[in-house]
Design a protein around this ligand. Structure first.
Ligand code: GLU
Length: 411
């Protein structure tokens, strides 16, 4: 199933519950604008390479469109389209005044130099600068991009449109960024995991957790949860998985990755397992925090964790979701679980427009408040309507977007 078909399935389930009119479904399921561009770049060795870049603007009924830029070899229009629509529902679930968009470049960042990355990013901005802007569409980091890339985007946009720090979020703190943006997605995943454990009457101290992915989201999730006295028994990255029944020393793993080009290969004090084995571990909570589609119809039957937190975007396919639902597994969906990132992006955008520097304390406080509200609303709706947390979160998001579209007058 293609990524956009999978997202559409979740959308339809919620739309059925809302008894949404066919005309509104078609409107909300259709992206507003899709752009594919060619990015020809001279590489360090003097050769010419042509990359393909995308930006999909899904919906702007609730505000300027918002969403990350993904640099990954598997990026294509269909994936970006699916991720753009998830952003529309995500910003609506946490009730921040944004719509949804997403972009990306099909590229393997591990195989190019920093200077090449800089040139590719600036060339991409040359192609999309008329489409983005602080009041229209605001990019941010996603897989394969970081604060440096965001700084280049702001600088390149400046060459066409002048000083506009609010055109992009996730910038370095010393360059118009906000404290706490980098940790925000992982912190949000951690906060919501604790909230869900509490709501289900499960113990937090000693809860056994497996986290797939040790990038920005996975590392901050692991840090937050280990500080909350959970036991992180397994972590992984592209080099494989690492398991320790007594709990992995997370500060040590973080240091190790930092000293070894950000990978865990060779990490001592843990048994080697595969990424696939990590997914099937007998733990209290499983947190996929890397690629999409890792829990599929093929391996969902082997998931032993009673709770799955979707820290990545779309890690559980709709077939897998059905299997997990039948088994009674509680899934906290991506559009709520990983919404901490875009929430703090919103604070950064507000800060840029206020020309005022927020403190880390204030960012954390407001993030906690926003996610708590969204969790409570989703939980209550799921309970009242007897639907999964995923369907409830989609219902909340879709209903808010549909209302705004109607109030604003769609046609
Ligand atoms: N890429 C992140 C996401 O998928 C953050 C988006 C943003 O901050 O705009 O939610």
């Amino acid at each position: 199933m293609r990524p956009s078909e999978a997202t559409k399935k979740y959308f339809e389930r919620a739309a059925d519950q809302l008894e949404l009119a066919e005309s509104m479904r078609t409107h909300l399921a259709t992206p507003r604008r899709e752009l594919q561009v060619q990015i020809p770049v001279e590489m360090d060795d003097g050769t010419l390479r042509t990359f393909i870049g995308y930006r999909v603007q899904h919906n702007r009924a609730r505000g300027p469109m918002k969403g990350g830029l993904r640099y990954h070899p598997e990026v294509d229009l269909d994936e970006v389209r699916s991720l753009a629509s998830l952003m529309t529902w995500k910003t609506a679930v946490v009730n921040i005044p944004f719509g949804g968009a997403k972009g990306g470049i099909a590229i393997d960042v591990a195989k190019i130099s920093v200077r090449e990355l800089d040139r590719i990013t600036r060339k991409f901005v040359d192609e999309i600068h008329e489409m983005i802007g602080p009041d229209t569409d605001i990019p941010a980091p996603d897989m394969g991009t970081d604060h440096r890339v965001m700084a280049w985007i702001m600088d390149q946009y400046d060459k066409y449109h002048g000083f506009n720090p609010g055109v992009v979020t996730g910038k370095p703190v010393e360059y118009y960024g906000i404290p706490g943006r980098e940790e925000a997605t992982g912190r949000g995943v951690g906060l919501l995991t604790l909230k869900l454990l509490g709501r289900l009457g499960r113990k937090i101290a000693g809860a056994r957790i497996a986290i797939q992915g040790f990038g920005n989201v996975g590392t901050h999730t692991a840090k937050f949860l280990s500080e909350a006295e959970c036991k992180i028994v397994a972590i992984s990255d592209a080099t494989g998985g690492y398991y320790r029944a007594e709990g992995i020393d997370i500060p040590k793993a973080l240091r190790y990755a930092l000293e070894h080009e950000r990978v865990l290969a060779g990490f001592p004090d843990a048994d080697r397992i595969t990424n696939e084995q990590l997914l099937g571990l007998d733990v209290d909570v499983l947190i996929p925090a890397a690629l999409g589609g890792v829990v599929s119809g093929g391996n969902a039957g082997g998931i032993k964790a009673p709770i799955v937190i979707e820290a990545a975007n779309a890690p559980v396919s709709p077939e897998a979701d059905d299997v997990l639902d039948k088994k009674g597994v509680i899934v906290l969906p991506d559009i709520l679980a990983n919404a901490g990132g875009v929430t703090v992006s919103y604070f950064e955008w507000v800060q840029n427009r206020q020309y005022y520097q927020w403190s880390l304390d204030r960012v954390r406080q407001e993030l906690d408040k926003t996610l708590n509200n969204a969790f409570e609303q989703t939980w209550t709706l799921a309970r009242d309507r007897k639907v999964s947390l995923r369907t409830a979160a989609f219902m909340l998001g879709i209903d808010r977007v549909a209302r705004a579209a109607t109030l604003g007058g769609i046609c």
